[in-house]
Write a protein that binds this ligand. Structure first.
Ligand SMILES: [Zn+2]
Length: 194
């Protein structure tokens, strides 16, 4: 058993030791306070940042929603516009929607001319690839939109495949013209013989 501390013994502890212990303790306490304060500040800053980010995100999402809504509205409006009778503000568009042939200056080739070219000159073959064709298509070398006329010299019998190529310009006009000239020459010699 330790004997209880006597006042005489306490008084023996040097005052300097007590003071220095007190000071050290105080410094430690103060340091911990500062540290805690700093941590709290950091936490608060992080929280603020998070809130700010959330806010920005919300705004961004809202903006996108508005944009999407606007786009939907615009699309609907355009659909309606193109479906309804178009206004006088866009007569050209109007013509193209309601009458695809409005831009053509000449009429389609007459049936009897088409048949004559198909049976007599082309011999039921495509005049470009010379394949036998039972769904002939008549191509205007100078197109109808440019006022190309319906004469044997401007019409060439093509299979659907070659017609697509001719329309897309894969087969050039000059090549088609050359081929057609040959056809015309052949045709005229045949009709002379008969
Ligand atoms: Zn062909």
């Amino acid at each position: 058993m330790m004997p209880p501390l006597q006042f005489s013994q306490i008084s023996k502890i040097p005052l300097e030791l007590v003071m220095s212990l007190f000071i050290v303790g105080f410094i430690l306490y103060y340091a911990s306070l500062l540290l805690r304060k700093k941590r709290r500040k950091e936490r608060e800053a992080a929280k603020e940042k998070y809130k700010e980010e959330q806010k920005l995100e919300r705004i961004e999402r809202y903006k996108l929603q508005i944009e999407a809504r606007e786009n939907r509205k615009k699309n609907r409006r355009q659909q309606l516009k193109s479906r309804l009778i178009p206004s006088f503000l866009s007569p050209k568009k109007y013509r193209n929607i309601w009458n695809e042939n409005a831009s053509e200056k000449t009429n389609p080739a007459p049936e009897n001319l088409k048949n004559e070219l198909y049976f007599e000159r082309a011999n039921q073959r495509c005049e470009w690839c010379e394949e036998w064709v039972d769904t002939p298509e008549i191509h205007h070398i100078i197109p109808r939109s440019e006022g190309g006329i319906n004469t044997a010299e401007n019409l060439i019998v093509l299979c659907p495949n070659c017609h697509r190529k001719a329309d897309r310009g894969v087969l050039s006009r000059s090549k088609l013209e050359y081929k057609l000239n040959r056809q015309m020459e052949k045709w005229s010699t045949i009709s002379e013989q008969s």
